[in-house]
Design a protein around this ligand. Sequence first.
Ligand SMILES: [Zn+2]
Length: 393
Amino acid sequence: MRAKGEQLLGAQDFDAEELLAGVVEWVELETPSERPDLIDRLLDRVEAQFGDLPVSIRRIPGRDGCGGQLVLTYAPGGLNGEPALIMGHVDTVWEAGTLARRPVRREGDRVYGPGIFDMKAGSWLAVDALHRIAAAGLLPPRPIVVYLNSDEEIGSYTSRGVIEELSRNAAFVMVPEPAFEAPGTVVTKRKGWGRFVLRAHGRSAHAGGNLFDGRSAILEVARHIIDIEAMTATETHATFNVGTVHGGTRPNVVPAEAVIEIDMRADDMATAERLTAAMLARTSYNPDVRIEVEGGINRPPFERSPAVARMYEATKHLALELGLPMAETSRGGVSDGNFSAALGRPVIDGLGCNGGGAHAIDEHILVSTLAPRAALFHGMLMSRHFHEDLSEA
Ligand SMILES: [Zn+2]
C-alpha cells in the first residue's frame, strides 16, 4: 500500500492547456533526423530549462551526421540505487519546412502537427515530469534519468550503445512512444526488425544481338522476391516485405545489376536469428549470377518477459489507484524500447499520448490524454508502491 503522506497527483492536478503549450513549443522547433543543427537547438533549449535545478546534464555530441543526445539525472541528496529511466527520441521523420506548409492546428480534442504524436508529446512529457519533480524539490524513491536521443527514426545507430548502457543500469525503463489504441493503452511487446539488401551481379548483353550471352540480374532478384514474399505465409512468427527494387539500365540491355531491400519482422529472438542466418546464406538460382546479401537484426524483438509482465502489473495497479484506464497491446513497429527489453529489463512502452497518423500527414494527438499520462508518469517516478511491486521478483 501507499506510504503514509505520499502525495500522488491525479490527472486533475495537471492543466492540459499548459501541457499542450509546452508540447507545441517543441513541435515548432523542427527536428528532422538528418539536421543535427536543428536537433541541437532543441537540446539547448532543454538544457537551458534545467539551468538552475539540481539536475546533472550529460550532453553527448552528435556524430556521423546525427544530432546529439542528452542525459538528465536527478538524484537529490546523494540518492543512489538503480534509477528509473525514461527514454524518448526528439527526431522526427519530417523535413525542415514541413511546419510552414502544415502548421500546428487544433480541431476539438485533436492537435495536428509534424512529429507531435511520434513522439514530441511523449518526450516532452518525460522532460516535464522530471522538471516538475526537480523544481518542487521532491524526493523520489530512486534517481530519475531522462534520456533523449535524436537518431531513432533512422535506426539509432549512434545512440544504441548509450541506450543499452543506461538500460542495463536502470531499475526499469519507461518509453513514451505514441499510444494508438484506446486511451490508457501501453505497449508490452513489439516485433523485432531486420533489414537486408540483396544485390545480384549478372552479365550484360545486347537484347537482340547476343541475348543468350547475358545473365539477367533482374530475373535473379525476381526469383528471390517471390521466395522471400512467400515466407510470410510459411513462417508463423515472422513477416517479410521486399520494399524496393532497382535494376537494369535500358530495355535493350540484359541487366547486369539489380538490388532489392527487404524488411523482416519477427516475434522472438530465436526466429529472428534463424531467419537472419537463412537470409545471409541465400545462394543464386543462376550459377552465373553472383549474389551478395548484407544486413541483419536492427532492433531485437521486445518480448513480454517476466520482467515486462511484472512492470505492467505494477503500472496497472498504479493506474487503478489514480483512476486512470490501463490496458496492454503489442505492435509490429519497433522502438528503442526493443533494445532495453532484449536486455531482460522491465520496460513499458507506448506511454505517450493517444492519437494517430504517425509518419503521416494526419499526425495528431488527443489533448485529453496529456494530463492522464502526466499523472501516470509522476506516479511511476514518485510512488513507492509502484517501486515495491517491481522489486518483488
Ligand atoms: Zn517514435
